[in-house]
Design a protein around this ligand. Structure first.
Ligand code: SF4
Length: 339
């Protein structure tokens, strides 16, 4: 349902541009942690948070933990497909009793990259970090959604969670692990993105991503107060990216099309998301990239004339249903920052 429309004059103020040629080598270089093919196993939907933006909605009440034999079959299937990386996710995977067994089995089967994608709370326990590393996990994708306990805990609805995630990052960083952070951009936290970026860089994270809220599940129920306009968040997103770029920390955005990323085009995460097969509760998604391109995301009536038409995935389909297409103005000439 379209609401108020923006005119061109209301486009976000462009932040100082950072040409790709002047970026730190760690940002420009190839990402050895990305593979052309990986699998994503949702090992259960139980969770010790209750996030206002959760895309999984009420699955925690409908599905039990994924049986270990099923996960063994998923891993075998992934290897047959040529996958070399695995993302273990949920729900909250660290509260599944077999999570470290899956990690070990994945490494035994030859998976090179084993990522645990977590709300981060369990990693505040140092022995759990050590066990996960000993089992073979070598990427830790944690979440932080505010620069303060008040903001983070308001969004995840769990008292004490902020301190636990911060301690978890510290533990993993001290143990020399590759810590990747994800932040969901909402109306509640977008003004804090620069401070949050400074916090994460100071804690020693190696990569962070700002992902625009996907209006599904619980997020859809909360859409009226949870979802900001993209044009409103962009100045804060860009300032948050600048923090990482200046520190040589890899950073990116997800679900924000190029027309809103002026000057920051190389940091669109969709450029590098590997082809992924998803093993979900009661279905398998053969190719998540294909799903985004054909069903999950869309382009608008003016997009044909945009120089990014072929490269761009567009926003998730639910966003223009809420706000219309006026914010997405075609880019008519490739900008200097993307040549
Ligand atoms: S194709 Fe559409 S959504 Fe994508 S950058 Fe261009 S105008 Fe924006």
């Amino acid at each position: 349902m379209p609401v108020e429309h923006l005119t061109k004059n209301e486009e976000p103020t462009a932040a100082p541009k950072t040409p790709a040629s002047r970026l730190p080598p760690s940002v420009e270089g190839p990402d050895i942690h990305m593979h052309t093919s990986r699998i994503d196993i949702k090992i259960g939907f139980a969770c010790n948070n209750k996030c206002d933006f959760c895309v999984q909605g009420d699955k925690r009440y409908r599905y039990g933990p994924r049986p270990f034999d099923q996960m063994r079959a998923d891993l075998e299937d992934g290897r047959r497909r040529g996958a070399r990386g695995i993302v273990i996710t949920g729900g909250e995977p660290t509260i599944h009793s077999n999570v470290l067994d899956v990690v070990s089995l994945a490494r035994e089967m030859g998976y090179e990259t084993v990522q645990i994608q977590s709300n981060g709370r369990m990693f505040s326990h140092l022995p759990f970090c050590e066990k996960a590393i000993a089992a073979g996990a070598n990427e830790f994708a944690l979440s932080l959604h505010g620069s303060t306990a008040e903001t983070h805990e308001k969004l995840v609805r769990a008292s004490g969670a902020f301190r636990q995630v911060v301690n978890g990052i510290r533990n993993l960083a001290r143990l020399g692990q590759f810590v990747i952070m994800n932040t969901v951009i909402t109306s509640v936290n977008y003004r804090e993105l620069p401070d949050l970026a400074r916090l994460m860089v100071g804690l020693g994270v190696r990569q962070y991503q700002f992902a625009f809220v996907h209006i599904l599940g619980t997020a859809a129920k909360n859409a009226t107060w949870l979802v900001p306009r993209k044009t409103d968040v962009m100045p804060f997103v860009k300032e948050g990216l600048d923090v990482g770029l200046q520190a040589g920390v890899r950073c990116m955005t997800e679900a924000i099309p190029y027309c809103l990323m002026t000057g920051y085009e190389p940091y669109v995460a969709e450029l590098i998301i590997p082809r992924t097969t998803v093993f979900d509760a009661d279905m398998m998604l053969n190719d998540y990239t294909e799903y985004r391109l054909t069903e999950g995301k869309a382009k608008g009536p003016n997009c044909r004339s945009c120089v990014y038409f072929d490269r761009c995935e567009g926003p998730w389909v639910e966003y223009p249903e809420l706000f219309g297409w006026e914010e997405f103005q075609p880019v008519l000439e490739l900008p200097e920052t993307d040549r």
